[in-house]
Write a protein of this length. Structure first.
Ligand code: IVH
Length: 681
């Protein structure tokens, strides 16, 4: 990016950020999610780091919080309330450490890590041990006096006193205790922390507000912010606000930030005793640990705060813009980030369906880097109003497929391009067709190269014929050279056919033929799945195999017969029926048989598991779920897709889903993969 381009981008980002910031910090309203907003800020921060000469005092990176509301009295902070820069990965953390090293020519730092609470920052001033004033952050320099409201929060002590430290392992030096005692008697102690609302309280309150027909809040942070800035302290008092302390500003002679937490704790404030970390590895370990535990926390946290523990080093490192160099927020991977659409390309599926795919500037979302996201269909593109070159929000909420959920039209430069779906197939030029009531356009040409390629990939995939060693490049070559025109041809290939292909020698050609031939016996369900009938996944293939027992019987099934099968609706029945009406498909089935493809007998081999019903959740290491189900059936057992009182066992693989939760609730016997394999033996 040139400096000119950077400046344009920076100006636009600032406008959009300041609009959303105003909504969020001043009006307690939200149009873009926190994560999306953070992501825009992060982009701005990074651009400004690259072109520091473009940093202006008015930049959102140089300012903290919003303008003070007029109605509250303003208070000038004696020490500014600064903000923290974010990092999202171990690499970014490493960059920070290197930077610190360069700043003060040191290689070793000790850190302190603690949870980052998603609430609302406030500062508390105690004079002679009594809470006399409390304020919001405001713009970092001047905040709003919310003393009355803060006093209603029970986790904020009105009077400080030293409590003896239970079970912290460490004792505060006598000197520090003496100083605290002195300041409690006649002096000032300033404490900072976060006002927040617990997750449960948030839900309860939101429900109540909804019942009354009032405004509800998007998240606990907004509710806490909205409540603490109520002009009527009675209303604030009615909200279950809490306070979490994370710093003591007053110099109490303590040398480490970790001691600040001990001090806060001993002063009777709710705080986290965090962890001292000797290196980045320990920080990452702490971060991993907290991110695993975060669900069980009663309040929301959005990351871990990492501070250079030695207070004098921290001070020496100083401040850049409005954030100290010696502190970073190591955020949990956001489920939402912003990025730019570099291009929109079309993908042709095995059924000829055209799917527009957004090619993204790579971003990390939900812990992984992604570079593409489906746009589903032309309707979706229209609905989002998305153009090539747009800045968008990519979400990866819970599920595995990332989706584009929002566009920022105000960030456009004017060079964005609208995307139009072509009228003809980009691969073979055949006119695209769309069925009534469908949003998907398809290429109807059965010989379309792109479609064919996809079909081959599907046919040999793990859940179908599971032919390993036959990668996409080889398949493309085989089709291009006319060596195969449908998957049945694969089983007729001879060593000599493959040998002339680029990069093949005798041995590798032999191996490939062996790999193909070793997979010519499949189960009926896998064969049905491999045929690639529209709307037929692994489970339906299994159901069909169970019901019909042979391909011949399935082939001849009438529409009404198909529709009557459990779990098969009219759309699926129609797909199957229509598939076997087409001459080409019937020919393929015949050809497969002639090429030596055989169906494995799926006769029940034993009654070892008779009368038992199993449910599977999560992925297994040594087989697919489909294979596991087949094995259970062969031993006389039953499988089901959902947990009920009738379930005898749940087999739990990696990343189990909601079924696991339900099974635990119903106290169903849990079986791990190891035990399951043992049982099969
Ligand atoms: S230390 C220089 N510690 O996060 C600011 N802040 O995004 C030092 N926050 O302004 C703040 N948990 O409102 C600190 N354990 C924690 C925190 C924490 C939440 C908030 C705080 C801060 C904001 C920065």
């Amino acid at each position: 990016m040139t400096k000119g381009e950077a400046k344009k981008r920076i100006d636009k980002l600032k406008k959009v950020i300041s609009y959303h910031r105003y909504l969020y910090h001043v009006l307690d309203r939200q149009e873009a999610s926190d994560a999306a907003f953070d992501s825009l800020k992060h982009e701005l921060y990074e651009l400004e780091q690259e072109f520091p000469e473009l940093i202006t005092p008015g930049s959102p990176t140089q300012r903290v919080g919003g303008k003070p509301l007029k109605q509250f009295k303003k208070v000038k902070h004696r020490i500014p309330m600064l903000s923290i820069e974010d990092v999202f990965s171990g690499e970014e953390l490493k960059k920070w450490e290197d930077y610190l090293g360069r700043m003060i020519l040191s290689k070793k730092f000790e850190y302190f890590t603690e949870p980052k609470i998603d609430g609302f920052a406030v500062t508390l001033i105690y004079k002679k041990g009594i809470l006399v004033s409390g304020a919001t952050r405001g713009d970092g320099r001047i905040g709003e006096d919310i003393t009355q409201n803060l006093k209603t929060i029970e986790s904020i002590p009105l009077k400080l006193k030293i409590h003896s430290l239970p079970n912290t392992g460490k004792k505060l030096p006598k000197k520090i205790i003496k100083k605290i005692e002195r300041l409690i008697k006649k002096g000032t102690i300033e404490i900072r922390g976060e006002v927040y609302i617990g997750k449960k309280d948030f839900e309860k309150l939101n429900k109540k507000l909804k019942k009354k027909g009032g405004k509800t809040f998007a998240n606990p942070r907004n509710l806490a912010a909205g409540s603490i800035r109520q002009l009527d302290p009675k209303l604030a008092a009615s909200r279950p606000l809490k306070f979490f302390a994370y710093d003591v500003i007053t110099n109490l002679g303590h040398k480490k930030h970790s001691q600040s937490h001990q001090i806060l704790f001993s002063l009777g404030l709710k705080t986290d005793l965090g962890k001292e970390c000797k290196n980045l590895k320990e920080i990452i370990g702490y971060w991993n640990n907290i991110s695993k535990k975060r669900k069980s926390f009663s309040f929301q946290i959005d990351g871990v705060v990492v501070t250079v523990n030695d207070r004098s080093v921290f001070k020496k490192l100083g401040v850049v813009g409005k954030s100290p160099r010696g502190i970073r927020a190591f955020k949990f991977s956001p489920q939402e980030v912003t990025t730019v659409i570099k291009d929109i390309r079309l993908q042709i599926g095995r059924t000829g369906a055209l799917t527009p795919i957004a090619i993204l500037k790579p971003v990390r979302v939900g812990g992984v880097v992604i570079s593409r996201a489906t746009l589903h269909n032309a309707e979706e593109i229209k609905r989002l109003g998305v153009r090539i070159g747009d800045t968008v929000v990519v979400s990866r909420a819970g599920d595995v497929i990332p989706a584009i959920t929002k566009v920022f039209p105000k960030l456009r430069s004017g060079r964005e391009k609208e995307f139009k779906l072509p009228k003809d197939c980009p691969s073979c030029g055949t006119k695209l067709l769309r069925q009534k009531q469908e949003v998907i356009w398809r290429c109807p040409n059965p010989n379309c190269f792109a479609k064919k390629k996809r079909y081959f990939h599907h046919f040999i995939s793990k859940r179908a014929f599971d032919i390993v060693g036959l990668g996409p490049k080889i398949i493309n070559k085989l089709i291009e050279e006319g060596l195969v025109s449908d998957p049945a041809d694969l089983f007729k290939l001879k060593e000599g056919d493959i040998l002339p292909l680029e990069r093949f020698a005798k041995k590798s050609a032999q191996n490939l033929i062996k790999a193909i031939q070793s997979k010519n016996i499949v189960s009926l369900s896998k064969l049905i799945y491999a045929l690639g009938i529209r709307n037929i996944g692994e489970q339906t293939s299994q159901d069909l195999a169970d019901h019909f027992g042979s391909l011949d019987r399935l082939k001849k099934a009438s529409f009404s017969e198909l529709e009557k099968i459990k779990d098969i609706g009219p759309i699926v029945a129609k797909s199957i029926y229509e598939f076997f009406q087409k001459k080409g498909n019937l020919e393929l089935v015949e050809k497969l048989k002639k090429s030596g493809v055989k169906i494995k007998s799926s006769k029940i081999k034993s009654s070892k598991l008779k009368g038992l019903t199993f449910v599977l959740t999560g992925s297994l290491n040594v087989m697919t779920r489909g294979e596991a189900k087949e094995k259970i059936r062969l031993l006389g057992g039953d499988t089901s897709e959902s947990i009920s009182e009738k379930t005898d066992f749940i087999i739990v693989g990696n990343d189990p889903g909601s079924k696991f939760k339900k099974a635990k609730k119903l106290k169903i016997k849990i079986m791990e993969e190891k035990e399951f394999l043992k049982m099969l033996r």
